[in-house]
Every structure is written in structure tokens, then in C-alpha cells.
Write a new protein. Structure first.
Length: 602
């Protein structure tokens, strides 16, 4: 009979060859002989984690750690698995033990800081993450958690500087370049040419297209196999805009495949799965495994929904597993990836001329480039709070990373122009002194006292989140990275949104959404106009009351919620892409457009 050590060596070989079931079986045999064998437990935990069975991984690693109490790496792995399994106290205890054993353990410190920041303990997390980054300044996986914390606390400029310092040591790191591309969207004053340059650099560092499709059926009119790739096929903003498309796709024209490379939830994921012809739940599969699945499904058009956002898997699309690659919904800029040939936009987010700043061919959809699914749990709009309080409350429920210094200064001008008005901010992290102190200090510099500002933290359910709009009269869009779902939600709750229009897609989404529902006058062309528009709306109680009761119906009747028309427009764009590919044009030349000319703004 083989010894446990022999069985472990065989299991390691089987795992390396991708035979996880065989590896697990060999390790069970080893543990039958010695249930407390630390190596067998550690390997069994790794295989369970690879298969997504995190609770099982925790049990194996816990036993291994008991056998090797002085092994910092083992305690760190246990901490990460506890976190994945939802045991946050257990995770923190294990990570702290790893750092206690090895104080300069940068990876464990980074994990500990991430755990804290995920619990909105930003003040505690920042020094831990700075210590980790100081210890391993060239490690992207260690530096990035600090970058993320800086961005999430409204310091995108510091986050970018942190990345650039790390890039001086590791200039070819793909993760750092990916995050730099994303963070530049938050900074005011970035030239569109700089956006293009950094995104192109990502494309140069990313995996290259690796496949040919010489044997693909080039029948221009056949049913297309369309795949949607996302880490967010759950209760997530991306899903709110994908769902109408999945619901109304003409199944005679397209066969729909969804590739979910993120963690499933119990509500959004099953709902979306029911709308697809084929739903592949692939987390925690590797990029290579996902690519193999897409290839085996013979996808004609792969639509990547995340771009450079935090959870996306852009390298999967970069290798070109389908003849045609498309970027849509989740990212407000070019991707820089050669294998992504097209990007779906509209004539307001990307007016004629914007194509020179994109590596993809722009496809202008008629009207708004998005279609919104209002949350079914939304309560009815409440009466305007100003009717009861006598003062107007401005509000923003956006991601705090979007609250640039320019944004806060602009909002301070609005508050100063409307005597007695108040500001309500709601978001993750606002209960932390580090975050709230920065915002209140910046507003105070603009002459706005803290007693005019209310900071509210995260709410656990969508309904509770939407109920908070009962305390808002007017929503203010951040700049330069506009809200999208927050703007749609505010309007659905009867709260008008005032937006400042910029040069690039991220700062023009507000114009597109407001125009789609018939409120283009609330999109201002300059900072001064933004202040005047917000001030005028604050002083127009009759209009605000009319919008409070009628804005939901305006949204529902608009192109923004017309799933059928939207699906036909997207399908027409897909068909034109396909025809061009069949004729030998994967990209280049004139981009297909499902509108007329350069598209229209409905």
C-alpha cells in the first residue's frame, strides 16, 4: 500500500495535469491512513478551494494549521479561505496570527487590510495596507489593495500616483496597467489622448489573439451564437442593463450564451440564467478553462461586459476566443484590446469624433446606449422632503471613488447658492472617520458647515437603498465619472438629477440618460451652468413636485426602458458586425451603426 507521502506526490501530479477528482481521491486515501497529516490536509484544502468548496477547504487547512502552528503561510491561506467561506472573524484571527509569526509578511498584511476595508474599517486598513506596500512595492497583488482603498475613499489621484510608483519597478505588470486605465476615468482634466495611450499600452501587455476561424460557417443570415462574458451576472448594476436585452432577444436571430466568471448569488444569478439559452457558471475557473468553454461553444460574437472594472476578466477576451469581440455596458472607455473590435455607445456619450480615441470601432445605437430594468422591489416615490422641512436637500448615492475634489467643490458652490440647503451622501465607507472627515473638511473649505451635511452608510437591500431617496429633493451627478445606475434609480424614485457634461464617455452618460427621458435641460455644459441649473431647480417647487409624481412614468415610457426596441437595435448591430466579418472585415473601415448616419439621440 502506498504511504501518505507517496499518495500526496501522486495527487500533486494529478492536480498539475488538471485531474482534480483523481487528486482528491488520492488525498482522501492518504487521510484515511493519517487524518492529521499536515501536507495531505494542505493539498486537500488547495484542491477544495480550486473547486470553490471553501468551507471544506477551511476544515482541511484548520487541521493543518493545528499541526504546524508556526507556519505563517499556512495561517495566511487559512485566513483567505475563511474569508471566502464567509467566516470573517476566523479570517482575521488567522491572518493576524500569520503576521504575528512573520511581521514582514506583505501578502498576509495585504489580505488583512483587504478584510478590514471590505468591512468599511478604512481607518484601520490604511496603515496595514501602506505597510504591506512598503514591504513589497513591486508586487501588484500587494500594492493594488492600497490603490483600491485610496480610490474608494475619494483619493483617485493618490491611487494613480501609487500605481505609477509601482510601475517604475514593474513596468510590464498587466494588473497595474489594468487598474491605471480604470482609475484615470475618475480624474478630472485627463486628456482623451492620455486615456487612449494608457489603454493601448494595456492592449500591448495583454495576451494576444490566439485563434483562427477559417472553418466557421460564414452564412450571413444564419442564427448567431452570442456570448456574454461577465463577473457580474448577479444583483449588480451590469445585470440591470443586460436583463432587458436577454429578455427580449429574438431567439430566431441569436442563440444566447452567458459566461459567469464571478460568484453567483441566490436571486440575480438564477433570474439571469433562466433568460439565457445556455448559462455557464464558471467561477472559479481559470482564464484558460473559460476560453476552452467559449471555444467549444463556437461563439460568433463575444460581448465582454466588464472592461477594466475590478472584477472583470479582460484577458479572456484579449485572446480572441470568438471571431468578433464587443465591449458593452460595464466600462465607460475604450479597452485597448485588439481582439475587441467594437464598442456599443450612442451619439451623446460618444459624439462624432470620439472614434479617434477608441481602439474599437464605435457602434452608435439609436437613442440611449443602455436599457434599464427598474428594480421590482422599488417603493412608490415619497413626497418631496422640502415640502415638510422647508429646505431643499441635494443628494448623491454614488460610489465614493467618484467624489473627486472637483465634485465636492462644485457641490459646495451649489449649497452656497441655495441658502439653508442640505447635502445627503450615502455610500459604503461613510461611517468611517477617515472617509467622512475628508469629505466634511473639503466642504468646510467651500464654506459649508458640517451641520448641513448628512452622511449615511450602506444599506443591505435594494429596497432600503431606494427608500433613502425619500430624503432627497435633487440628485447631483459626480464629475468627471458620472453615475449610471444611481441616476436611473434617482429618476425612478422621482428625484431629478443635475449633471455636468464633459468631453469623454464617462462624463457624458448623464446627458444621455437625461435626454432619453426628456430632461436634457438638466445636463449643464459648464460648472457655472451646473450651479445655475441646480439653483433654479431648487427654487422651482412646482416643477419638483411634478417630477416627483410623474418622473417614474416618464422613465417607463422612454427608450431607456424599451427593451424590445433596444434588443432589435443591438441585434441589428450584431448582424452588421457579422456580415462585415463574413466579408473579410473583422474591424476597420466604417463601423456598423444601427442608427442613421452617426446615430441619434432619441
Amino acid at each position: 500500500m502506498p504511504t501518505p507521502d507517496q499518495l500526496i506526490r501522486e495527487a500533486a501530479s494529478a492536480r498539475a495535469a488538471g485531474r482534480l477528482d483523481q487528486a482528491a481521491s488520492l488525498l482522501r486515501a492518504a487521510l484515511d491512513q493519517d487524518p492529521r497529516h499536515a501536507d495531505a490536509r494542505q493539498w486537500a484544502g488547495a484542491i477544495a478551494a480550486q473547486a470553490g468548496r471553501y468551507a471544506e477547504a477551511v476544515e482541511h487547512l484548520r487541521v493543518a494549521a493545528e499541526q504546524r502552528p508556526g507556519d505563517p503561510g499556512l495561517h495566511a491561506n487559512l485566513g483567505m479561505m475563511c474569508s471566502a467561506a464567509g467566516d470573517l472573524p476566523g479570517s482575521e484571527a488567522a491572518l493576524r496570527r500569520a503576521v504575528e509569526i512573520k511581521p514582514d509578511f506583505a501578502d498576509a498584511l495585504a489580505c488583512l487590510g483587504v478584510l478590514m476595508s471590505n468591512q468599511q474599517r478604512m481607518t484601520e486598513a490604511e496603515p496595514v495596507l501602506r505597510r504591506a506596500a512598503d514591504l513589497a512595492p513591486a508586487s501588484a497583488s500587494v500594492v493594488y489593495p492600497l490603490v483600491r482603498l485610496l480610490a474608494e475613499t475619494g483619493r483617485a489621484d493618490e491611487a494613480v500616483e501609487t500605481i505609477r510608483r509601482a510601475q517604475r519597478q514593474t513596468p510590464a505588470d498587466l494588473l497595474l496597467q489594468d487598474k491605471l486605465c480604470m482609475l484615470l476615468n475618475y480624474l478630472p482634466g485627463v486628456d482623451p489622448a492620455e486615456h487612449l495611450r494608457e489603454h493601448r499600452r494595456y492592449g500591448q501587455l495583454a495576451p494576444r489573439p490566439a485563434f483562427r476561424f477559417d472553418d466557421r460557417d460564414r452564412d450571413q443570415g444564419r442564427r448567431l451564437r452570442v456570448g456574454y462574458l461577465s463577473a457580474d451576472l448577479r444583483e449588480h448594476s451590469v445585470a440591470y442593463y443586460l436583463e432587458p436585452l436577454l429578455t427580449h432577444h429574438d431567439r430566431a436571430a441569436v442563440e444566447v450564451f452567458c459566461y459567469h466568471v464571478g460568484v453567483a448569488d441566490q436571486t440575480g444569478t438564477p433570474r439571469l440564467a433562466a433568460l439565457a439559452d445556455h448559462f455557464r457558471q464558471l467561477f472559479p475557473a481559470t482564464d484558460t478553462q473559460v476560453i476552452e468553454v467559449i471555444r467549444s461553444d463556437a461563439i460568433d460574437i463575444l460581448v465582454e461586459l466588464g472592461g477594466h472594472t475590478s472584477s472583470s476578466r479582460l484577458p479572456i477576451a484579449a485572446v480572441g476566443p470568438a471571431p468578433i469581440g464587443v465591449s458593452y455596458i460595464g466600462y465607460p472607455n475604450t479597452t485597448g484590446v485588439p481582439a475587441i473590435h467594437y464598442r456599443l455607445v450612442d451619439a451623446l456619450t460618444d459624439p462624432p469624433g470620439a472614434e479617434r480615441y477608441a481602439t474599437e470601432q464605435l457602434v452608435w445605437l439609436p437613442g440611449c446606449f443602455l436599457c434599464y430594468r427598474p428594480p421590482p422591489s422599488a417603493p412608490e416615490p415619497a413626497p418631496p422632503p422640502a415640502d415638510a422641512t422647508g429646505v431643499v436637500t441635494f443628494a448623491s448615492f454614488n460610489n465614493l471613488a467618484k467624489l473627486s475634489g472637483v465634485t465636492i467643490d462644485l457641490w459646495a458652490r451649489v449649497l452656497a447658492a441655495v441658502p439653508g440647503s442640505r447635502l445627503l451622501l450615502k455610500g459604503k465607507g461613510l461611517n468611517d472617520a477617515l472617509v467622512s472627515g475628508r469629505i466634511l473638511s473639503r466642504l468646510a473649505a467651500g464654506g459649508i458647515a458640517a451641520d448641513r451635511v448628512r452622511l449615511a452608510g450602506h444599506t443591505p437591500s435594494t429596497r432600503e437603498h431606494l427608500e433613502a431617496y425619500a430624503h432627497a429633493d435633487i440628485a447631483l451627478d459626480p464629475f468627471p465619472y458620472h453615475g449610471t445606475t444611481t441616476t436611473c434609480e434617482a429618476m425612478w424614485m422621482g428625484v431629478p438629477v443635475v449633471s455636468l457634461v464633459g468631453e469623454v464617455h464617462a462624463s457624458r452618460v448623464g446627458l444621455s440618460l437625461l435626454s432619453a427621458v426628456g430632461l436634457p435641460d438638466l445636463a449643464a455644459g459648464s460648472a457655472d451652468e451646473f450651479v445655475r441649473t441646480a439653483t433654479a431647480l431648487a427654487g422651482d417647487a412646482p416643477r419638483r413636485r411634478t417630477l416627483r409624481t410623474g418622473l417614474r412614468a416618464m422613465v417607463a415610457a422612454s427608450r431607456l426602458c424599451d427593451g424590445v426596441s433596444h434588443a432589435r437595435a443591438v441585434e441589428a448591430a450584431y448582424r452588421q458586425m457579422w456580415v462585415r466579418w463574413c466579408e473579410g472585415h473583422a474591424s476597420g473601415g466604417d463601423a456598423p451603426s444601427s442608427g442613421s448616419g452617426s446615430g441619434g439621440a432619441g
